[in-house]
Write a new protein. Structure first.
Length: 642
C-alpha cells in the first residue's frame, strides 16, 4: 500500500487531526464524518472498489489500444504560435462578424447560443469532429468574459484575471492547445501571486501567497508558525481534491440511478473522501484544525459570493491548488483566447455571428428542438438545426428562451431546484498615464477584507440598506492587467490599467433594471460612483501614487455588465453554495435536458463557475461536455435527418 493511498484511506475515516475526537457539525448534509475505525467489511469493500476502479481503467485502456480508432481530435493540428496580431481591424473581422440571414451556413448540425468560452469550446471540438456548427452571440463582440473593450483609449478585459496550471503537458495546457491549435501566447507571472490584506488602517495584516509545488506550503507555514499542522492538513485536502476531482465529474456521466445508488449507499465515501469534502463547508473543515480566523480567510480568499460557512471546502481547496504551478496571462489580452478559438472553428466549417440575439428556442409538438429564432431589424428570423447547445446559463435558457408550456413542465422545474442566481458583480476600471514602475504596481493580485470574520461580515453587508452599502463594502479584489501583459508596454506605451471587483446585492440597483443605459439619469450615475470612489480610495491606501495619475474611472454595475446578459448581473451564474455542491446535486446537473436535443454547456454545469480565469477544471470540463454531446449528436442527427 503506497504512502499516498494510505493517507487518502486515512482521510476517508479520520479527516480530523490526530487525537481529535469531536465530530463536525452537519450543514445541508445528513451525516457527519465518522470518528471510528473502519470495520473489516468496510475495509474489504474499500479495497475491492479501489481494485475495481483500477481494473476498469486498465480494461478501457487496453481495449482502446487494441481496437480503438483514433479520434479526429488526435490529429496533429497544433503548431508553434504565430506573430501576435495587433491590428484591431483584422481581429474585429473575426470577433465582430455581424449576423446576416445570408451568412448562415446551410445544413447545420448544431447551433450554439452564446459565445462564452464554454460555448466556443464545445463548438470548436464538435467542428473538429466534422459537425457544421453556428455560434450566435447577442453582443457586438464574441468571447463572453474573455472579450475586451476600450474606454477613452484604455483597453480592459471584461472579467479575465489569470490562468493556472498551464505548465508544459498540463491538462489545461493540452485542452487550450486543442481548441486554439496552440496559437495563444501566454506570459508566466511572478511567483508572488496574491497578497491578502485583512483589516483597515494601521491594524491591518498582510499575508502573501507564492506559487510552487512546495514553496506555497512552506511560505504559508512561515506566516502561521503556530498552525503548521493545520496548514499541512489543508494541503493534504488540496492534494486529494485535485487528484480525485474526476470522480465528481464522473457523477455527471454515469446513469443517474447509478449515481444515486453509490451516493446514498455510502459506497462513494469508501472510494474517496472528495465526496465528503464537496458537501462540507470550508469553515467546518478549517475550524477542525485551528481556531485561527486569519488562516480561514487565507484558505478561502478566492471569494465568490458565499461566506465560508456556506462554501464547499472542495472548491476553496481547488482554487488555491490552481496556483501551485504558477499563473499565466495571455499576451495581447484576454480576447486572444476567443480570437484563436474562432479561427479554428472557421477553419473546420463553423461560424460565429454577433449582434444575433436569440429570442426563443423553437420546440415542436413532441418537445423536440428544431432551431432558434433570432431577432434582427425588429423581426424574428428562424435558423434551424437538429441540435441546440445553450451556453447562456440555465436560468436564461429555461426561464426566457423556452416556450411557456415547456417552462411549466415538472421535469424542467426540477432541473433548477438546486440552483439560485449568484451575487451581482460590481467592477471599477481605472486608467492611468504612468508606467507600472512610476505607480509602484506589479502583476500580483491583491484581495482586501475589512475583517477576518468573513461569515459575519458578508451577512451584514448583503443585508444592509441600499443607502448604507456604498461606504460599507467589506471586500474587494484588485489587479493590474497592464502589469501582467508584457505586450502592453509597446501596444499602450506610458499607460497602466487597474481593475477592481467586488460583489453587491443586485436589488440595490433594481429600480434601474428595465431602463436603458442612456435614460438611467443622474441619480443612477451618482449612486454607482459612490461605490466606485470608495473602492478606488481603498486601493489608494495601498498604492498611494495612483490618485495623482488617474485619467479614467469607469464603473460597471450588475445591470450594465458590458453585454454579459447574466441573471442578476452574476458573472458566476448560479450561486456557489454548499447545497449546489452536494454530490447528488452535482450528479443531477447535466448537459442533457428534459427537452430532446437541447443541451447545455458553460459555467452552470461545471464544478466551478469562475468561468475561464480561476480554475482549470472549467476548461477541461467543457471538453468533456463536448465529447458527451458528440455521443448524443451522432445518434440524434441521423434520426432527425432520416
Amino acid at each position: 500500500m503506497s504512502q499516498d493511498h494510505f493517507r487518502e484511506w486515512q482521510q476517508v475515516f479520520h479527516p480530523l487531526p490526530c487525537g481529535s475526537r469531536h465530530q463536525w457539525p452537519t450543514q445541508a448534509v445528513e451525516c457527519c464524518f465518522p470518528s471510528r475505525y473502519p470495520s473489516a467489511w468496510e475495509l474489504k469493500m474499500s479495497w475491492f472498489l479501489l481494485f475495481s476502479e483500477w481494473l476498469v481503467d486498465w480494461a478501457r485502456g487496453t481495449y482502446w489500444y487494441l481496437f480503438g480508432r483514433r479520434s479526429e481530435l488526435c490529429k496533429g493540428t497544433i503548431s508553434p504560435p504565430g506573430p501576435l496580431v495587433i491590428d484591431e481591424k483584422r481581429k474585429n473581422r473575426v470577433l465582430r462578424k455581424e449576423f446576416d440571414e445570408f451568412e448562415v451556413p446551410k445544413n447545420l448540425d448544431v447551433i450554439v447560443i452564446g459565445s462564452g468560452i464554454g460555448g466556443l469550446t464545445a463548438a470548436a471540438v464538435l467542428a473538429k469532429l466534422g459537425k457544421k456548427v453556428l455560434v450566435l452571440e447577442e453582443d457586438k463582440q464574441a468571447g463572453g468574459l474573455c472579450k475586451t473593450f476600450t474606454e477613452k483609449g484604455f483597453e480592459f478585459d471584461c472579467g479575465f484575471h489569470y490562468l493556472g496550471q498551464l505548465h508544459e503537458n498540463g491538462f489545461l495546457k493540452v485542452a487550450l492547445d486543442l481548441i486554439s491549435d496552440g496559437q495563444v501566447h501566454f506570459a508566466e507571472q511572478g511567483s508572488h501571486v496574491d497578497t491578502i490584506v485583512i483589516g483597515k488602517g494601521k491594524q491591518h495584516k498582510e499575508y502573501t501567497i507564492y506559487s510552487g509545488k512546495k514553496q506555497m506550503e512552506t511560505h504559508l507555514k512561515k506566516q502561521f508558525p503556530n498552525d503548521t499542522k493545520a496548514v499541512e492538513e489543508l494541503f493534504k485536502i488540496m492534494k486529494i481534491c485535485s487528484k480525485k476531482i474526476h470522480l465528481l465529474c464522473m457523477l455527471k456521466m454515469v446513469p443517474l440511478w447509478f449515481a444515486r445508488f453509490i451516493l446514498c449507499s455510502g459506497i462513494a465515501d469508501l472510494i474517496s473522501p472528495i465526496f465528503r469534502y464537496s458537501r462540507t463547508s470550508t469553515t467546518e473543515v478549517v475550524k477542525s484544525f485551528t481556531s485561527n480566523q486569519d488562516l480561514l480567510t487565507v484558505f478561502s480568499q478566492t471569494f465568490y459570493g458565499v461566506p465560508p460557512k456556506n462554501a464547499s471546502c472542495m472548491i476553496d481547496a481547488l482554487f488555491l491548488h490552481h496556483s501551485k504551478r504558477g499563473r499565466y496571462y495571455p499576451k495581447g489580452g484576454a480576447s486572444e483566447i476567443p480570437y484563436h478559438i474562432i479561427q479554428v472553428l472557421e477553419k473546420h466549417g463553423g461560424k460565429v455571428l454577433v449582434s444575433a440575439p436569440v429570442s426563443s428556442i423553437l420546440v415542436d409538438g413532441k418537445q423536440n428542438v428544431y432551431g432558434v429564432a433570432v431577432k434582427t431589424a425588429g423581426e424574428d428570423v428562424e435558423v434551424r438545426a437538429p441540435v441546440i447547445i445553450s451556453n447562456v446559463g440555465m436560468f436564461t435558457t429555461f426561464k426566457k428562451l423556452l416556450p411557456p408550456e415547456i417552462q411549466a413542465n415538472a421535469d424542467v422545474k426540477g432541473y433548477l431546484h438546486t440552483l439560485k442566481p449568484g451575487k451581482g458583480f460590481f467592477q471599477v476600471f481605472a486608467g492611468f498615464n504612468a508606467t507600472k514602475e512610476e505607480l509602484g504596481i506589479s502583476s500580483t493580485n491583491m484581495r482586501l477584507y475589512k475583517s477576518n470574520n468573513m461569515d459575519e461580515m458578508m451577512e451584514e453587508y448583503f443585508a444592509s440598506d441600499k443607502e448604507d452599502a456604498p461606504e460599507n463594502i467589506p471586500m474587494m479584489y484588485v489587479s493590474f492587467p497592464s502589469a501582467k501583459d508584457p505586450t502592453s508596454i509597446t501596444r499602450f506605451p506610458g499607460q497602466s490599467r487597474m481593475v477592481i471587483h467586488t460583489m453587491v446585492n443586485s436589488k440595490w440597483f433594481g429600480q434601474w433594471n428595465n431602463i436603458s443605459e442612456t435614460e438611467r439619469g443622474l441619480e443612477y450615475e451618482k449612486y454607482k460612483m459612490r461605490f466606485a470612489y470608495h473602492l478606488f480610495d481603498w486601493a489608494c491606501v495601498h498604492f498611494p501614487k495612483l490618485k495623482e495619475k488617474l485619467v479614467l474611472l469607469h464603473a460597471v454595475t450588475p445591470i450594465n455588465k458590458h453585454g454579459l446578459g447574466a441573471t442578476h448581473g452574476s458573472m458566476l451564474s448560479a450561486e456557489h453554495s454548499l447545497e449546489r455542491y452536494q454530490p447528488l446535486n452535482i450528479a443531477m446537473t447535466r448537459c442533457n435536458t428534459p427537452v430532446k436535443n437541447l443541451y447545455l454547456s458553460g459555467n452552470t454545469l461545471s464544478l466551478s463557475d469562475k468561468t475561464f480565469h480561476e480554475h482549470s477544471n472549467v476548461g477541461s470540463w467543457f471538453i468533456g461536455l463536448a465529447a458527451i454531446i458528440k455521443k448524443y449528436l451522432t445518434v440524434n442527427v441521423v434520426i432527425d435527418q432520416s
